[in-house]
Design a binder for this molecule. Structure first.
Ligand SMILES: [Zn+2]
Length: 119
């Protein structure tokens, strides 16, 4: 899951490093307002935690695709060597990527749906 703020000036995402999976956890960790410098326009912005959003990390998804293909490839070689062959092996990387994407999308939806009361 990628946690990010949106630069109002250049309309790009500013990623936020955090282990928090909810807004309240993010608030506990970094405070109600998070100051972030945009990498493009170098302007510092203060973001209220409610302005912080989450989405499926494109990099994490790419990594999962690569790893599951590598994993399936090794499994296919081992099974082939042992004399087994199954189309299930081919479905495995697809299933892993699908499950990863689903759980990430759910986490992101949960993150985005819970707002912190304005103080
Ligand atoms: Zn910017």
């Amino acid at each position: 899951m990628l946690v990010y703020a949106f630069c109002p000036r250049c309309k790009i995402d500013i990623s936020i490093k955090t282990s928090a999976i909810t807004r309240s956890e993010l608030e506990d960790e970094q405070g109600l307002y998070i100051t972030k410098r945009c990498q493009k326009c170098a302007t510092k912005h203060d973001f209220h935690v409610n302005q912080i959003k989450a989405k499926v990390s494109p990099r994490g998804l790419k990594l999962t695709i690569l790893l599951s293909i590598a994993f399936a490839f090794i499994l296919i070689i081992i099974l082939y060597w042992m004399g087994f062959w199954s189309t299930f092996t081919l479905a495995l990387p697809v299933a892993i990527v699908y499950l990863f994407h689903n759980s990430q999308a759910k986490e992101a939806t949960d993150f985005n749906s819970i707002k912190i009361n304005r103080k």
